[in-house]
Design a protein around this ligand. Structure first.
Ligand SMILES: NC(=O)c1ccc[n+]([C@@H]2O[C@H](COP(=O)([O-])OP(=O)(O)OC[C@H]3O[C@@H](n4cnc5c(N)ncnc54)[C@H](O)[C@@H]3O)[C@@H](O)[C@H]2O)c1
Length: 452
């Protein structure tokens, strides 16, 4: 992988390298990986930086993100309203029902399925039952020819079977993460999806859909961070992660996350999002996965661990990922730090700051000092540069934009069966290591990719 060796300037359009006949460079960065600039050209860029600052061509605001700039609808020409069935109407299913209200004229929910009475009661309160059919068995919902697509938001152990049934019933599918529970299921679902090339299967890793995360992916690819060597990802809380149970017979159905039979615990429920992002942003897959953990705080007969730490090696990228989660301290909460030789990006789900290293900072201050009108958005304490200047929507909104586009155009969504499958495999290896000890090696057959 090629990493450019200097900060040359900041520009609005990342997708152009334009060298004027007189040698002035007005816009740089993209294509550097596939068309590396020679040292001579790099010097030229640096020498001419003041010129293009003066010419107004250098725009430091490229580091700032405006959420409005990004929309998957921009090029989607389709008036069709897709009719959605939601399978699993718990926290996530009912939450996504609300998100879909932001898509009038694109999606309409006309079916909901859940085997639990109190969940269906909730569906009756939230939905107009003259327009939305209710089911207890997902196979019955799948027989409904008026349903074009389904959202599957059920416990992890059910994902594979329901997704398989849904594809075989001819539905488009938005399947919540983690895609599958086991390695074999991930590989099998991939092949099943390929037998249904005209149907979309999108996986619910929605955080990466935020324009902020796209931007950071681009920063990584274009070398803004230099050589990234470590990633520190956490998702901590100070809470037992349990739900109240009205009747003890419902304990395992409501608190399925506590039991190994149904749940991949903290790695599947939380850390899978950050793992997935690293695979995508770096176009990388793990080489080895090591995990440890325990029921270290909540000795309450749960089976999944309340304290886990994963160490993942990405050998080809010379990179280490540390992924941790605990239920006994919430100070860090969600934290995601990507550390490179030129700077570190620190991400929340909807905010991000770039912390330049000393040399990078000097370059940036010089640019900032000269450019005037296009000020870099330094944080109040001047330690870092804000990457977001306007409020972003929840990642699920952007994910559904891609779902609509993928169905309309029969395109592969960004979070698809291959990327979701790779992440599900990574989670399964992590849990195997956590529960059974030892390091797990990534096998070549885990590299899921289209087999045309
Ligand atoms: N992408 C995200 O950020 C995000 C956030 C939360 C949850 N999730 C995922 O969504 C899924 C559900 O999580 P949740 O918090 O909503 O759980 P939940 O327990 O609140 O809801 C799951 C619902 O599925 C129902 N269900 C179980 N088996 C079913 C079946 N065969 N058919 C139909 N319904 C069935 C249950 O009765 C329950 O009501 C999990 O995979 C979870 O990881 C994703």
């Amino acid at each position: 992988m090629f990493y450019p060796s200097g900060i040359y300037g900041w520009c609005l359009n990342w997708d152009e390298i334009l060298t004027k006949p007189n040698g002035y460079v007005t816009c740089i960065f993209t294509n550097l990986r596939i068309n590396p600039l020679s040292n001579t050209q790099e010097s030229l860029i640096i020498l001419n930086r003041r010129n293009f600052i003066k010419n107004g061509s250098l725009c430091t605001s490229t580091l700032l993100l405006s959420g409005a700039l990004w929309s998957n609808f921009a090029n989607t020409k389709n008036d069709k309203v897709y009719r959605i069935g939601i399978i699993g109407f718990g926290d996530r299913g009912s939450g996504l029902f609300n998100v879909l209200k932001d898509f009038p004229g694109k999606f309409v929910v006309n079916a909901i399925c859940d085997p639990l009475d109190f969940r269906l009661d909730n569906a009756k309160k939230m939905a107009d039952t003259n327009k939305v059919k209710l089911y207890r068995d997902h196979r019955k919902l799948l027989e409904n020819k008026n349903v074009d697509a389904v959202i599957i938001s059920t416990p992890l152990n059910t994902h594979y079977e329901i997704a398989k049934n849904s594809l075989e019933a001819g539905k488009h599918v938005y399947l919540e993460k983690a895609m599958t529970f086991t390695v074999d299921q991930a590989m099998s679902l991939t092949r099943i999806a390929e037998k249904h090339p005209n149907q979309t299967l999108q996986i619910g890793h929605q955080y990466r859909y935020s324009p902020l995360y796209y931007k950071v992916k681009k920063m990584i690819q274009d070398g803004y961070l230099g050589k990234v060597v470590q990633i520190d990802a956490r998702w901590d809380r100070n809470w037992n992660w349990r739900r109240p149970v009205p009747d003890p017979s419902l304990e395992r159905k409501i608190n399925w996350r506590m039991y190994k039979e149904y749940s991949g615990g903290l790695p599947a429920e939380l850390l899978s999002h950050q793992m997935d992002y690293i695979h995508w942003a770096f176009d990388a897959l793990p080489t080895t996965v090591y995990g440890t953990g325990g029921i270290d705080f909540y000795k309450d007969s749960r089976e999944t661990y309340d304290n886990v730490q994963l160490n993942i090696r990405y050998e080809q990228e010379d990179m280490i990922g540390n992924f941790g989660a605990t239920c006994a301290n919430k100070n860090d909460g969600y934290s995601f730090r990507i550390k490179g030789s030129k700077g570190m990006v620190s991400l929340l789900t909807d905010d991000g700051i770039f912390y330049p290293e000393t040399e990078t900072r000097k370059e940036l201050e010089e640019v900032d000092g000269v450019s005037g009108a296009t000020k870099i958005a330094w944080t109040e304490n001047k330690n870092g540069i804000s990457l977001v200047d306007s409020k972003l929507k929840d990642g699920s909104f952007y994910a559904f934009e891609d779902f609509y586009k993928a169905i309309s155009e029969n395109s592969l969504p960004d979070s698809n069966v291959y990327t979701g499958g790779n992440t599900a495999i990574c989670v399964a290896l992590a849990n195997d290591s956590i529960y059974n000890g030892g390091m797990r090696k990534w096998k070549p057959e885990y590299n899921l990719s289209p087999q045309y």
